[in-house]
Design a protein around this ligand. Structure first.
Ligand SMILES: [Mg+2]
Length: 236
């Protein structure tokens, strides 16, 4: 088996935050630009935080400015901490903790994140579920608005950890939306020669049919399902 970098999505794949992320971002838009309604028509699934901000700015007719974006992110992170504390419906999804540990402890595998969350948000969400301690690298929403590009950032960090050039590695992504699958395709375009595979899990809002149609190499009912680790370890 080639040295393999495994990049986990967060929301809908490892945890469900019970709406804490959306509420925190609404609070940030309210506090920074007095527009709590900015996100009304923005769907979050599989998005990156920067893309969510861009769509929200478009919706309320405010030009995207980096300084304002950073202010909104700072306010969001402070609000997220409170929201996560009181999020009654927050949960770690079945099998997530065990799967992360299995991947982390297996020879030739390196476990990381491939998430649209900015790193500070990812940290808070995963800390709430006791999972943050398992991760030492990832591609995050701070790296890029484009999910494929942020996967590349994560993959490059994983290759460094494996002490192997990325061109000789395999990258496996695990996510719950067609956007995760498409981003994995994009990663393959961005890094010619790198073997990529995507695993879809139906623990979010998308069905097995939708993930298969998007081009997922494997689809499972969740991380507890038989065969997930085999799919990670064995190229198709
Ligand atoms: Mg997700």
């Amino acid at each position: 088996m080639k040295p393999t970098i495994v990049l986990f999505d967060i929301d809908g794949t490892l945890i469900v935050a019970g709406g804490a992320g959306r509420r925190a971002l609404e609070t940030a838009f309210e506090r920074c630009v007095n527009r709590p309604d900015a996100l009304e028509h923005v769907r979050f699934g599989g998005m990156t935080d920067r893309l969510i901000l861009q769509q929200a700015f478009d919706a309320i007719g405010i030009p995207f400015e980096e300084k304002l974006a950073q202010e909104i992110f700072r306010t969001y992170v402070a609000a997220l901490e409170d929201e996560l504390e009181r999020a009654e419906h927050f949960r770690v999804l079945p099998g997530a903790s065990d799967m992360i540990r299995l991947v982390r402890d297996a020879a030739g595998l390196s476990v990381g994140l491939g998430t649209g969350n900015i790193e500070a948000g990812a940290r808070l969400k995963l800390k709430r579920g006791g999972l943050w301690k398992h991760f030492s690298f990832g591609g995050f929403g701070d790296d890029h608005a484009d999910r494929g590009e942020l996967l590349r950032s994560g993959a490059e960090r994983g290759a460094k950890q494996l002490d192997c050039p990325l061109s000789r590695c395999r990258v496996v992504t695990i996510g719950d939306t067609p956007r995760d699958v498409h981003a994995t395709r994009r990663l393959a375009e961005l890094c010619p020669g790198v073997e990529t595979e995507s695993i879809g899990v139906t623990t979010g809002s998308f069905s097995s049919e939708e993930l298969t149609l998007a081009g997922a190499d494997y689809v499972f009912a969740g991380l507890q399902a038989d065969g997930v680790l085999d799919a990670i370890r064995l190229p198709s």
